[in-house]
Design a protein around this ligand. Structure first.
Ligand code: NDP
Length: 280
């Protein structure tokens, strides 16, 4: 089984970002990371994202607000970030606390700065297969991995486990755009093993540690593991039992070191694209 490492994909995306940024010398585009509260996961994600954006020659700034900020006050603050001409792109860390109307914020975000595709405008563009919007970075990262490794998508049977708005659903649309025949599985799917085995491309995005094993993988399938979980021993792992699929899959992404790393590279690419489009 060939291991599809994220690093090789990230390096290729970095070159694309550098090409996009060649006219931005001295003043690289800025990403605003908007955070409410101090969740340890958010803080560690934010630190990593700032560092990685800088590694791509981009700027990233954290805009942090207290957990108990009022809904109206947050809307005012968010509007100011949204309208700031120095901010080329926005990443909103979710979920937001209950007093903040998340849907309203998603509708407020300027679609041109909405790097993770949460606004209804970008969702519609992904649904319609239009290329000028922003798809959620993780969903797009899966396509980037497949393309970087030259894995054919057109005409292939793709099975996705997970139907969330961040991963499963937008990914189904992106794979469909690439002419795959797509099946979406979820908790009510009957005969999950059988459905999964039909996939020539199998994407795991369920958020359940090592839930997919050898019985879920068809002979020679390409397995893309989006899951990021912590197992009972506190170890980071994916949704796929990597050891159990070795004899069945032809290729698979590891966790860590697979799709996760590519997601931030896609975020960087979206930021560069937003900045270039903003100049036109
Ligand atoms: P959600 O919890 O929002 O969605 C999980 C989906 O998986 C749901 O559609 C659910 O079905 C389905 N599911 C859960 N358990 C099963 C099961 N036993 N059998 C079949 N289907 C199941 O998760 P996300 O989409 O936000 O994230 C999925 C995973 O991807 C997580 O591990 C997350 O950490 C990771 N992730 C990784 C990113 C990256 O950068 N690599 C970024 C974002 C997420 P139902 O709809 O019926 O409930």
């Amino acid at each position: 089984m060939e291991i599809l490492k994220g690093a090789a994909v990230t390096a290729a995306i970095k070159e694309q970002v550098q090409e996009l940024l060649k006219d931005f010398q001295g003043q690289p585009p800025k990403l605003a990371i908007v955070r409410v509260g101090e969740r340890p996961d958010d803080l560690s994600y934010e630190r990593g994202a700032v560092k990685r954006m800088e590694g791509f020659g981009l700027r990233a700034q954290s805009y942090a607000f207290p957990e108990d900020i009022g809904g109206e006050e947050f809307k005012r603050e968010f509007a100011a970030i949204n309208e700031d001409p120095d901010v080329a792109g926005i990443l909103l860390l979710k979920p937001l606390p209950a007093q903040i109307p998340e849907k309203e914020i998603q509708s407020m975000i300027n679609p041109a700065k909405d790097l993770d595709g949460i606004s209804p405008v970008n969702m519609a563009k992904v649904f319609a297969g239009e290329a000028d919007g922003f798809a959620p970075c993780t969903a797009e990262a899966v396509i980037e991995v497949l393309k970087a490794y030259g894995i054919p998508i057109s005409g292939k049977r793709a099975v996705i486990v997970g139907r969330s708005l961040v991963v499963g659903r937008p990914l189904a649309m992106l794979l469909l755009k690439e002419n795959a025949t797509v099946t979406l599985c979820h908790t009510r799917t009957k005969n999950l093993e059988e459905e999964c085995r039909r996939g020539e491309i199998l994407v795991a995005a369920a958020g359940r540690a090592r839930m997919l094993g050898g019985a879920h993988v068809g002979e020679g399938a390409v397995v893309i593991d989006v899951g990021i979980n912590v197992d009972a021993d506190g170890k980071l792992c994916g949704d796929v039992d990597f050891d159990a699929i070795q004899e069945k899959a032809s290729m698979a992404t590891p966790v860590p070191g697979g799709v996760g790393a590519v997601t931030t590279a896609v975020l960087a690419k979206h930021l560069a694209l937003a900045a270039v489009r903003g100049r036109r």
